[in-house]
Design a protein around this ligand. Sequence first.
Ligand code: SF4
Length: 275
Amino acid sequence: MIRYEETLYRPPSEAHSLILQATLGCSYNECAFCGMYRNKRFRVRPLAELLDEIETVRRSGLAPHVRKVFLADGDALVAKASFLAKLLDALADAFPALRQVSCYASPQSLAVRSVEEMRDLRERGLTLYYLGVESGHDAVLEALRKGVDADEMVRVAGKATEAGVRLSTMILLGAGGRELSLEHAKASADVINRMQPRFVSTLVMTPVEGTPLFERDRRGEVDHLDVFELARELRAFIEGLELEGSIFRSNHASNRIALAGTLPKDKARLLAALG
Ligand code: SF4
Protein backbone atom coordinates (compact mmCIF):
# COMPACT_ATOMS: atom_id res chain seq x y z
CA MET A 1 0.00 0.00 0.00
CA ILE A 2 1.20 3.54 -0.73
CA ARG A 3 1.12 5.78 2.35
CA TYR A 4 0.45 9.40 1.52
CA GLU A 5 0.97 12.14 4.06
CA GLU A 6 -1.55 14.82 3.15
CA THR A 7 -1.73 17.34 1.72
CA LEU A 8 -0.37 15.99 -1.53
CA TYR A 9 0.40 18.36 -4.42
CA ARG A 10 1.41 17.60 -8.00
CA PRO A 11 1.59 19.60 -11.23
CA PRO A 12 -1.61 19.44 -13.35
CA SER A 13 0.26 17.54 -16.08
CA GLU A 14 1.05 14.72 -13.62
CA ALA A 15 -2.65 13.86 -13.15
CA HIS A 16 -2.16 10.33 -14.51
CA SER A 17 1.23 9.67 -12.93
CA LEU A 18 2.08 7.39 -10.07
CA ILE A 19 2.94 9.74 -7.18
CA LEU A 20 5.57 8.68 -4.66
CA GLN A 21 6.44 10.90 -1.70
CA ALA A 22 10.21 10.61 -1.73
CA THR A 23 10.43 13.55 0.67
CA LEU A 24 7.82 15.22 2.85
CA GLY A 25 7.34 18.99 2.84
CA CYS A 26 9.77 21.49 1.38
CA SER A 27 13.30 21.98 2.71
CA TYR A 28 13.08 25.71 1.94
CA ASN A 29 9.43 26.44 2.83
CA GLU A 30 9.93 30.22 2.87
CA CYS A 31 8.20 31.49 -0.27
CA ALA A 32 5.76 34.20 0.82
CA PHE A 33 2.92 33.01 -1.44
CA CYS A 34 3.22 29.25 -0.88
CA GLY A 35 1.07 27.48 1.67
CA MET A 36 1.61 23.97 0.33
CA TYR A 37 3.85 22.60 3.06
CA ARG A 38 3.57 25.12 5.92
CA ASN A 39 2.30 22.41 8.28
CA LYS A 40 4.89 19.76 7.37
CA ARG A 41 8.35 19.30 8.82
CA PHE A 42 10.74 18.54 5.96
CA ARG A 43 12.20 15.05 5.89
CA VAL A 44 13.45 12.44 3.45
CA ARG A 45 11.40 9.25 3.69
CA PRO A 46 13.17 5.97 4.48
CA LEU A 47 14.25 4.25 1.28
CA ALA A 48 12.94 0.89 2.55
CA GLU A 49 9.39 2.28 2.84
CA LEU A 50 9.52 3.61 -0.72
CA LEU A 51 10.92 0.34 -2.08
CA ASP A 52 8.02 -1.47 -0.33
CA GLU A 53 5.54 0.85 -2.00
CA ILE A 54 7.10 0.32 -5.43
CA GLU A 55 6.97 -3.44 -4.86
CA THR A 56 3.30 -3.22 -3.84
CA VAL A 57 2.40 -1.41 -7.06
CA ARG A 58 4.54 -3.83 -9.10
CA ARG A 59 2.71 -6.83 -7.63
CA SER A 60 -0.74 -5.23 -8.01
CA GLY A 61 -0.71 -5.89 -11.75
CA LEU A 62 -0.59 -2.15 -12.53
CA ALA A 63 3.12 -2.23 -13.37
CA PRO A 64 2.69 -2.40 -17.19
CA HIS A 65 0.54 0.78 -17.01
CA VAL A 66 2.98 2.94 -15.04
CA ARG A 67 4.43 5.27 -17.66
CA LYS A 68 5.07 8.37 -15.55
CA VAL A 69 6.14 8.82 -11.93
CA PHE A 70 6.16 12.11 -10.00
CA LEU A 71 8.38 12.30 -6.92
CA ALA A 72 6.67 14.51 -4.32
CA ASP A 73 6.74 16.63 -2.12
CA GLY A 74 8.10 20.14 -2.57
CA ASP A 75 11.68 19.61 -3.61
CA ALA A 76 12.61 15.92 -3.76
CA LEU A 77 15.75 16.88 -5.70
CA VAL A 78 17.32 18.07 -2.43
CA ALA A 79 17.56 14.47 -1.15
CA LYS A 80 20.98 12.83 -1.46
CA ALA A 81 21.88 11.81 -5.01
CA SER A 82 22.70 8.24 -3.85
CA PHE A 83 19.18 7.93 -2.33
CA LEU A 84 17.54 9.23 -5.50
CA ALA A 85 19.68 6.92 -7.65
CA LYS A 86 18.50 3.83 -5.70
CA LEU A 87 14.90 4.99 -5.94
CA LEU A 88 15.15 5.58 -9.70
CA ASP A 89 16.79 2.18 -10.27
CA ALA A 90 13.98 0.48 -8.35
CA LEU A 91 11.38 2.33 -10.44
CA ALA A 92 13.08 1.34 -13.70
CA ASP A 93 13.26 -2.32 -12.58
CA ALA A 94 9.63 -2.44 -11.46
CA PHE A 95 7.97 -0.60 -14.33
CA PRO A 96 9.06 -1.65 -17.83
CA ALA A 97 6.86 0.97 -19.56
CA LEU A 98 8.24 3.87 -17.48
CA ARG A 99 9.20 6.78 -19.75
CA GLN A 100 9.43 9.77 -17.39
CA VAL A 101 10.19 10.52 -13.75
CA SER A 102 9.83 14.13 -12.61
CA CYS A 103 9.90 16.23 -9.45
CA TYR A 104 9.65 19.81 -8.23
CA ALA A 105 13.05 21.48 -8.03
CA SER A 106 13.49 24.60 -5.92
CA PRO A 107 16.34 26.98 -6.82
CA GLN A 108 17.91 25.90 -3.53
CA SER A 109 17.87 22.20 -4.44
CA LEU A 110 19.27 22.99 -7.90
CA ALA A 111 22.11 24.85 -6.18
CA VAL A 112 22.89 21.80 -4.02
CA ARG A 113 22.98 19.15 -6.79
CA SER A 114 26.00 19.10 -9.09
CA VAL A 115 25.64 18.87 -12.87
CA GLU A 116 27.25 15.40 -12.72
CA GLU A 117 24.70 14.21 -10.14
CA MET A 118 21.81 15.59 -12.20
CA ARG A 119 23.21 13.95 -15.33
CA ASP A 120 23.54 10.59 -13.57
CA LEU A 121 20.00 10.86 -12.18
CA ARG A 122 18.72 11.83 -15.63
CA GLU A 123 20.32 8.70 -17.10
CA ARG A 124 18.49 6.72 -14.41
CA GLY A 125 15.16 8.28 -15.48
CA LEU A 126 14.72 11.65 -13.70
CA THR A 127 14.29 13.67 -16.89
CA LEU A 128 12.02 16.59 -15.95
CA TYR A 129 12.08 19.24 -13.20
CA TYR A 130 9.23 21.64 -12.39
CA LEU A 131 10.79 24.96 -11.41
CA GLY A 132 8.78 27.82 -9.93
CA VAL A 133 10.66 30.79 -11.41
CA GLU A 134 7.77 33.13 -10.44
CA SER A 135 9.47 36.31 -11.75
CA GLY A 136 12.58 37.60 -13.42
CA HIS A 137 12.38 40.90 -11.50
CA ASP A 138 14.69 41.07 -8.49
CA ALA A 139 12.40 43.25 -6.37
CA VAL A 140 9.48 40.89 -7.02
CA LEU A 141 11.60 37.83 -6.21
CA GLU A 142 12.64 39.49 -2.98
CA ALA A 143 9.04 40.32 -2.04
CA LEU A 144 8.13 36.71 -2.78
CA ARG A 145 11.04 35.54 -0.56
CA LYS A 146 12.29 33.13 -3.23
CA GLY A 147 15.76 33.30 -1.70
CA VAL A 148 17.47 33.96 -5.07
CA ASP A 149 17.72 36.81 -7.54
CA ALA A 150 17.15 36.48 -11.29
CA ASP A 151 20.80 35.81 -12.13
CA GLU A 152 21.02 33.00 -9.58
CA MET A 153 17.73 31.54 -10.86
CA VAL A 154 19.16 31.46 -14.39
CA ARG A 155 22.45 30.01 -13.17
CA VAL A 156 20.88 27.05 -11.32
CA ALA A 157 18.42 26.38 -14.15
CA GLY A 158 21.40 26.28 -16.50
CA LYS A 159 22.90 23.43 -14.46
CA ALA A 160 19.82 21.31 -15.14
CA THR A 161 19.93 22.13 -18.85
CA GLU A 162 23.63 21.29 -18.97
CA ALA A 163 22.78 17.92 -17.39
CA GLY A 164 20.22 17.29 -20.15
CA VAL A 165 17.21 17.60 -17.85
CA ARG A 166 14.11 19.29 -19.30
CA LEU A 167 12.63 22.19 -17.34
CA SER A 168 9.00 23.06 -16.85
CA THR A 169 8.93 26.64 -15.56
CA MET A 170 6.18 28.65 -13.92
CA ILE A 171 5.71 32.45 -13.81
CA LEU A 172 3.33 34.08 -11.31
CA LEU A 173 1.11 36.66 -12.99
CA GLY A 174 0.21 39.59 -10.77
CA ALA A 175 3.23 39.06 -8.50
CA GLY A 176 4.52 42.59 -9.14
CA GLY A 177 1.22 44.25 -8.31
CA ARG A 178 0.05 47.19 -10.46
CA GLU A 179 3.17 49.26 -10.14
CA LEU A 180 5.58 46.60 -11.39
CA SER A 181 3.18 44.70 -13.65
CA LEU A 182 4.87 45.40 -16.98
CA GLU A 183 8.40 45.40 -15.58
CA HIS A 184 7.69 42.01 -13.97
CA ALA A 185 6.36 40.72 -17.31
CA LYS A 186 9.38 41.91 -19.29
CA ALA A 187 11.96 40.75 -16.75
CA SER A 188 10.22 37.38 -16.51
CA ALA A 189 10.34 36.98 -20.30
CA ASP A 190 14.04 37.82 -20.13
CA VAL A 191 14.89 35.08 -17.57
CA ILE A 192 12.81 32.54 -19.48
CA ASN A 193 14.68 33.49 -22.68
CA ARG A 194 17.97 32.92 -20.88
CA MET A 195 16.78 29.50 -19.67
CA GLN A 196 15.11 28.24 -22.89
CA PRO A 197 12.97 25.73 -20.95
CA ARG A 198 10.95 23.01 -22.66
CA PHE A 199 7.72 24.16 -20.96
CA VAL A 200 6.55 27.59 -19.80
CA SER A 201 3.36 28.21 -17.89
CA THR A 202 1.74 31.01 -15.93
CA LEU A 203 -0.33 30.95 -12.77
CA VAL A 204 -2.17 33.88 -11.22
CA MET A 205 -0.86 34.75 -7.77
CA THR A 206 -3.55 34.10 -5.16
CA PRO A 207 -3.11 34.78 -1.43
CA VAL A 208 -3.47 31.51 0.50
CA GLU A 209 -4.35 31.47 4.20
CA GLY A 210 -1.42 30.85 6.52
CA THR A 211 1.14 32.55 4.26
CA PRO A 212 2.93 35.91 4.62
CA LEU A 213 1.24 36.99 1.37
CA PHE A 214 -2.16 36.38 2.97
CA GLU A 215 -1.20 38.57 5.92
CA ARG A 216 -0.08 41.34 3.56
CA ASP A 217 -3.37 40.98 1.70
CA ARG A 218 -5.31 41.33 4.97
CA ARG A 219 -3.47 44.58 5.58
CA GLY A 220 -4.56 45.76 2.12
CA GLU A 221 -1.02 45.67 0.74
CA VAL A 222 -1.64 43.29 -2.18
CA ASP A 223 -3.05 44.46 -5.53
CA HIS A 224 -5.58 42.13 -7.15
CA LEU A 225 -5.19 42.69 -10.86
CA ASP A 226 -8.41 42.45 -12.84
CA VAL A 227 -8.77 40.33 -15.96
CA PHE A 228 -7.77 43.21 -18.27
CA GLU A 229 -4.67 44.03 -16.24
CA LEU A 230 -3.69 40.36 -16.16
CA ALA A 231 -4.22 40.08 -19.94
CA ARG A 232 -1.99 43.14 -20.47
CA GLU A 233 0.71 41.61 -18.26
CA LEU A 234 0.45 38.22 -19.97
CA ARG A 235 0.62 39.93 -23.35
CA ALA A 236 3.80 41.80 -22.39
CA PHE A 237 5.28 38.53 -21.11
CA ILE A 238 4.53 36.59 -24.30
CA GLU A 239 5.65 39.53 -26.44
CA GLY A 240 9.04 39.43 -24.73
CA LEU A 241 9.54 35.69 -25.17
CA GLU A 242 12.16 34.64 -27.70
CA LEU A 243 12.09 30.88 -27.45
CA GLU A 244 13.51 28.31 -29.79
CA GLY A 245 11.05 25.50 -29.12
CA SER A 246 8.92 25.62 -25.96
CA ILE A 247 5.40 24.62 -25.11
CA PHE A 248 3.42 27.43 -23.50
CA ARG A 249 0.33 27.05 -21.32
CA SER A 250 -1.73 29.36 -19.18
CA ASN A 251 -4.60 26.96 -18.58
CA HIS A 252 -4.23 26.21 -14.87
CA ALA A 253 -7.39 26.74 -12.78
CA SER A 254 -5.91 29.99 -11.41
CA ASN A 255 -5.69 31.57 -14.86
CA ARG A 256 -8.63 33.66 -15.97
CA ILE A 257 -7.33 33.37 -19.55
CA ALA A 258 -6.66 29.93 -21.00
CA LEU A 259 -4.05 29.85 -23.76
CA ALA A 260 -1.81 27.14 -25.13
CA GLY A 261 0.65 26.88 -27.99
CA THR A 262 4.16 26.16 -29.15
CA LEU A 263 6.68 28.97 -29.29
CA PRO A 264 7.88 30.56 -31.46
CA LYS A 265 5.36 29.12 -33.97
CA ASP A 266 2.16 30.27 -32.20
CA LYS A 267 3.37 33.60 -30.82
CA ALA A 268 1.27 35.79 -33.14
CA ARG A 269 -1.86 33.74 -32.44
CA LEU A 270 -1.36 33.91 -28.67
CA LEU A 271 -0.80 37.68 -28.81
CA ALA A 272 -3.85 38.17 -31.02
CA ALA A 273 -5.97 36.24 -28.50
CA LEU A 274 -4.96 38.79 -25.85
CA GLY A 275 -6.10 41.76 -27.97
S1 SF4 B 1 10.34 26.21 -2.97
FE1 SF4 B 1 8.36 25.62 -3.89
S2 SF4 B 1 7.37 24.25 -2.40
FE2 SF4 B 1 9.05 25.31 -1.33
S3 SF4 B 1 8.07 27.09 -0.37
FE3 SF4 B 1 8.85 27.77 -2.37
S4 SF4 B 1 7.13 27.50 -3.82
FE4 SF4 B 1 6.64 26.31 -1.93
